[in-house]
Design a protein around this ligand. Structure first.
Ligand SMILES: Cc1cc2nc3c(=O)[nH]c(=O)nc-3n(C[C@H](O)[C@H](O)[C@H](O)COP(=O)(O)OP(=O)(O)OC[C@H]3O[C@@H](n4cnc5c(N)ncnc54)[C@H](O)[C@@H]3O)c2cc1C
Length: 471
C-alpha cells in the first residue's frame, strides 16, 4: 500500500525531495532517493508515467523498428515467401504494436513508484521558490509541494525552427510521427542524426521512398569511419536517397504533398516531411528564474560532476543537461544525482557510455575509433569478424554485419569495439565488460570458452584475425 501523504497545512505537502519529470532520469533519481529513506514525490505533465522516453522516444521508435525488422526478415526468407504473398504494411498498422509496448512499459514503471512509496502528481510543475513547487492542472492550481531538494528531469522536445508549421497535417516531428494516420509513399527526413537515420530505416523497411537530408558531409561523423561508410552503403542499398551538405531554404505545404526547397537550389516533393534536426531542453515557463537559474540557448541546465546546478538544493539530470541525451545515460545520471543528494560519498558521474543506434543494420560502439587512435599516435591493430562467416549468423540469416576490435599492438589492451549488424547493441556489451574489467586484454577472447553457435563467437574470430597481423 502506498504511504499516506503528510499534509503539513491545507493542500501543502512537504517532501525531502521532489522530482520533476518521470522519464529515465527522473525515475533513476526518485528510486535512489526513496531507497535511501527519503520522502519523495514525482511530478509529470502526462497522465501516464514513463516520460518522453516511453511515450514518444526510445520505446515507440524501437518497437516500430522491431516490427519493421520482422517484416523485412519475413519478406526475404524464401521459406515464408512460399507461405504467403509479399505484403505492404502501412505505418499505421505497425504503430499498433508500438502502442501496445508503451502501455506495458507504463504499467511496469508505475508499479515501481507504488512499491517504493513515491507519491505521483500529474500536472505542469512551476518552481515558485527554492523550497516550493506548484503543480498546475489544465483547470488551474492543483497542488503545492514543499521540498528540501529538487531534481529537474524534464527532458527535451524536438526543436521547431521558425517558418515551419508543425500544425500542418503533412509536417511531422519525431513526437507527431507516431500519430501518422494516412498512407504515404514518399517522405523527406530532414536531419540525419541518430533519430533521422533510424526513421529512414523504418520508412524504407516499409517500402516507402525516403530522401534523407543531411546538413553534414557524412552520416554520424562520430562513428568509426568504416562503420559510418557501412551505414551509408546499406541505407543506399535499401533505397534511401541520402543528400549530404544541404540546408533548408523553405518548405511549401499543400493539402496532399509538401515541397522542400534547399539552399543549393534543389527542390524535393514528397507526401510528408519528418523534421529530425535538433532538440531543446524543457526548461521554459517552469519558474527556474525564481531560483536564479538560467538555461543556455538550447534550454539546457549546467551541472557539476554531482549533477548539482548552481543552486545548492537543485539538481538536474537527463536530456535537460545535454550530453549525451540518451535514455541509457539519463537513468544513471538521475541515480547518480539521487546518490549525491542522499549524501553518499565518491559517487562517479556518468562518463564512459556505449552508443547504440537502431538503424537497419544496427550499430553500436564503445571506446576509441581508428581516427582517434591514429591522431593520438597509439600503435593499435585491428581484428575483424564478418558476420557472414559465423555459424549463428548463417543459421538466423543475419549475415550482414561485422565486429571490429581495436587493440594496442604491444600490450594487447582492448581499446575500441565497433559493430554493425543485427543485435550489435547487445554484442558490444561483451567488449565493454572486458574493457572495463581488470583483465582488459584481447587474450580474454581466446582463453575463454563461449557458447557455440553464438554471435559472441565474433570476438574470438576478430581476436585471431587481429593477432595474425602482429609480428
Ligand atoms: C525518436 C527517439 C528515439 C530515441 N531512441 C533512443 C534509444 O534508442 N536509446 C536511448 O538511450 N535513447 C534514445 N532516445 C533518447 C531518449 O529518449 C532520451 O534521452 C530520454 O528520454 C531522456 O530521458 P529524461 O528522463 O531526461 O526525459 P524524458 O524522457 O524527456 O522525460 C521528461 C518528462 O518530463 C515531463 N515534463 C517536462 N516539463 C515538465 C514540467 N514543467 N512539469 C512536469 N513534467 C514535465 C515531460 O512531459 C516528460 O514526461 C531517443 C529519443 C527519441 C526522440
Amino acid at each position: 500500500m502506498p504511504r499516506k501523504k503528510e499534509v503539513v497545512s491545507g493542500n501543502f505537502v512537504k517532501y525531502d525531495a521532489v522530482v520533476l519529470g518521470s522519464g529515465p532520469a527522473g525515475e533513476g533519481a526518485a528510486m535512489k532517493l526513496a531507497k535511501s529513506g527519503k520522502r519523495v514525490a514525482i511530478v509529470d505533465i502526462r497522465e501516464q508515467l514513463g516520460g518522453n522516453c516511453t511515450h514518444v522516444g526510445t520505446i515507440p521508435s524501437k518497437a516500430l523498428r522491431q516490427t519493421v525488422s520482422s517484416i523485412i526478415r519475413y519478406q526475404r526468407d524464401p521459406m515464408f515467401k512460399k507461405v504467403g504473398d509479399w505484403k505492404q504494411f502501412t505505418m499505421k498498422q505497425v504503430l499498433r504494436n508500438a502502442h501496445k509496448v508503451i502501455q506495458q512499459q507504463v504499467d511496469t514503471h508505475s508499479r515501481f513508484y507504488d512499491r517504493n512509496n513515491i507519491d505521483v502528481f500529474h500536472g505542469r510543475a512551476y518552481i515558485q521558490d527554492k523550497n516550493t513547487v506548484i503543480i498546475f492542472s489544465e483547470d488551474g492550481i492543483k497542488e503545492t509541494l514543499g521540498f528540501k531538494q529538487l531534481v529537474v528531469a524534464t527532458g527535451s522536445r524536438p526543436y521547431h525552427p521558425q517558418g515551419l508549421d508543425f500544425n500542418h497535417p503533412r509536417v511531422f516531428d519525431s513526437d507527431k510521427i507516431l500519430d501518422l494516420d494516412f498512407t504515404i509513399h514518399k517522405i523527406i527526413i530532414y536531419g540525419a542524426g541518430v533519430i533521422g537515420c533510424e526513421y529512414a530505416s523504418i520508412f524504407i523497411g516499409l517500402d516507402h521512398k525516403v530522401d534523407l537530408i543531411n546538413t553534414q558531409h557524412q552520416l554520424l561523423s562520430y562513428l568509426d569511419d568504416e562503420i559510418a561508410d557501412a551505414l551509408s552503403y546499406h541505407l543506399r542499398e535499401q533505397g534511401v536517397l541520402i543528400r549530404h551538405n544541404e540546408q533548408i531554404d523553405h518548405l511549401e505545404t499543400f493539402d496532399d504533398h509538401v515541397v522542400l526547397y534547399l539552399q543549393s537550389g534543389k527542390k524535393i516533393k514528397a507526401d510528408a516531411i519528418l523534421w529530425c534536426n535538433g532538440r531543446s531542453g524543457n526548461t521554459d515557463g517552469m519558474g527556474l528564474e525564481n531560483v536564479g537559474l538560467t538555461p543556455n540557448s538550447r534550454g539546457q541546465l549546467a551541472v557539476n560532476d554531482q549533477y548539482q546546478t548552481e543552486v545548492e538544493n537543485v539538481y538536474a539530470a537527463g536530456d535537460v543537461v545535454g550530453w549525451p541525451s540518451l535514455a541509457s545515460a539519463a537513468y544513471d545520471q538521475g541515480r547518480c544525482a539521487g546518490s549525491n543528494m542522499a549524501g553518499e560519498k565518491d559517487v562517479k558521474p556518468v562518463k564512459d557510455i556505449p552508443t547504440g543506434i537502431y538503424t537497419i543494420p544496427e550499430i553500436s560502439f564503445f571506446g576509441k575509433t581508428e581516427s582517434q587512435l591514429t591522431e593520438e599516435k597509439i600503435p593499435y591493430e585491428v581484428g575483424q569478424a564478418s558476420f557472414r562467416h559465423l555459424a549463428r549468423a548463417q543459421i538466423t540469416g543475419d549475415t550482414v554485419g561485422e565486429l571490429k576490435i581495436l587493440f594496442h599492438r604491444d600490450t594487447l589492451e582492448l581499446l575500441g569495439v565497433h559493430c554493425f549488424g543485427n543485435n550489435a547493441a547487445e554484442i558490444i556489451h561483451i567488449g565493454q565488460a572486458v574493457m572495463q574489467s581488470g583483465n582488459n586484454t584481447i587474450k580474454y577472447f581466446v582463453e575463454t570458452t563461449f557458447n557455440y553457435p553464438t554471435m559472441a563467437e565474433a570476438y574470438r574470430v576478430a581476436t585471431l584475425n587481429g593477432m595474425n597481423r602482429l609480428f
